[in-house]
Design a protein around this ligand. Structure first.
Ligand code: PMP
Length: 356
């Protein structure tokens, strides 16, 4: 909240659909949506019922369960490059495990990542990017295929294809961090939408339906190196947790219906069209950012040149009107199926009022 000139966060009491309510009873139209997991909105009935039913049977086993296998099958069916998948508890954990696996598979050390991309809070992945010249000798190139952590920055045409070629030429693995984009911009994520196939994929957020769950997966040949079948140790006490897998399944099963993505696209286009008069809108499917600039934002430098003060003022203006967008200009608005035309139009109107 300090980033947008406020002293204190509000404390949330409950959520319903596209709305949250704080402990003082204020109601906000929520565009943050727990930073992406809630594709069907807060308190989604099917998710809540699935979690309740699972909890009745026990909250953690530390042993294989059927829902864990069912969720893995659902992920493998949805995400084009994923032949095998390992469930973990957070996106950070998935990213660090995928990097560890890539290092072991290639017997190489230093990975390449990009400025403005976020892959969780593990030390090695918080480092800023290097020059990115030499891919020879690298185990992996790690990228958000659509950047979501510098605001929404879609890949330039040919960018993902070029990364694929660099990896093929150098023997490095291409790792897509689809923690945000997975199940959001298409059922199969960015790799489905852009038709570029990574070697490993990191998933989180929507995959766990709003409970603590994430995953990483890829070619069987690589995943087979993981313990217990392989030599790369990986484990987690709460991995494949029955509540989280039940929530994930309750969400992912509904994503087989193409109407989900058609509707998200329609609503996203409505939001984009309405906001376009008030800044630079960049959107891919159900993720969008209103940048406080007129220029295209193609990378982190461009994103940092946008007017942060103006964004902070917009944030405060909207919050006073009961609309909660991310308290940082380097984030996305996360559209859900609980955001109807009314919510979209109200947001557009409030932004227009700010512009005067
Ligand atoms: N990767 C990306 C692309 C993310 O956006 C995030 C979190 N926003 C992470 C990884 C880390 O996930 P988590 O917060 O679950 O550790």
């Amino acid at each position: 909240m300090r980033a947008v000139g406020l002293d204190e966060p509000f404390f949330v009491r409950r959520g319903e659909g596209a709305y949250i309510e704080d402990v003082e009873g204020n109601r906000y139209l929520d565009w943050v949506m727990s930073w992406g997991p809630l594709l069907f909105g807060h308190g989604d009935r099917e998710t809540v019922e699935a979690v309740r039913a699972a909890a009745e049977l026990g909250t953690s086993f530390g042993a294989p369960s059927v829902t864990e296998v069912e969720l893995a099958a659902e992920i493998v069916d949805a995400v084009p490059s994923v032949e095998k998948v390992r469930l973990v508890s957070s996106g950070t954990e998935a990213a660090m495990s995928a990097v560890r696996l890539a290092r072991a598979f290639t017997s190489r050390d230093r990975i390449l990542k990009f400025a403005g991309c976020y892959h969780g809070h593990v030390d090695a992945l918080l480092a800023s990017a290097g020059s990115g010249v030499a891919t020879l000798g690298l185990p992996a190139i790690l990228v958000e295929p659509v950047a979501g952590n510098m605001g929404v920055v879609p890949p330039e045409p040919g960018f993902l294809e070029a990364l694929r070629q660099l990896c093929d030429a150098s023997g490095a693995l291409l790792v897509f961090d689809e923690v945000i984009t997975g199940f959001r911009i298409a059922r199969g994520g960015a790799q489905e939408r852009f038709g570029v196939t990574p070697d490993l994929t990191i998933l989180g957020k929507i995959a766990g339906g709003g409970l603590p769950l994430a995953a990483f997966g890829g070619r069987a040949e690589i995943m087979d190196r993981l313990a217990p079948s392989g030599d790369v140790y990986q484990a987690g006490t709460l991995s494949g947790n029955p509540l989280a897998t039940a929530a994930g399944l309750a969400v992912l099963r509904r994503l087989r219906d193409p109407a989900v993505y058609e509707e998200l696209e329609r609503r996203g286009a409505r939001l984009e069209a309405g906001l376009a008069a008030h800044g630079r809108v960049q959107r891919v499917g159900a993720m969008a950012t209103l940048f406080m600039t007129d220029d295209p934002v193609r990378n982190f430098d461009d994103a940092q040149r946008a007017d942060a003060e103006r964004y902070a003022a917009l944030f405060r203006h909207l919050l006073e009107r009961g609309i909660y967008i991310a308290p940082s200009p380097f984030e996305a608005m996360f559209l859900s199926l609980a955001h109807g035309d009314e919510e979209i139009d109200r947001t557009i109107q409030a932004v227009a009022d700010f512009d005067g």
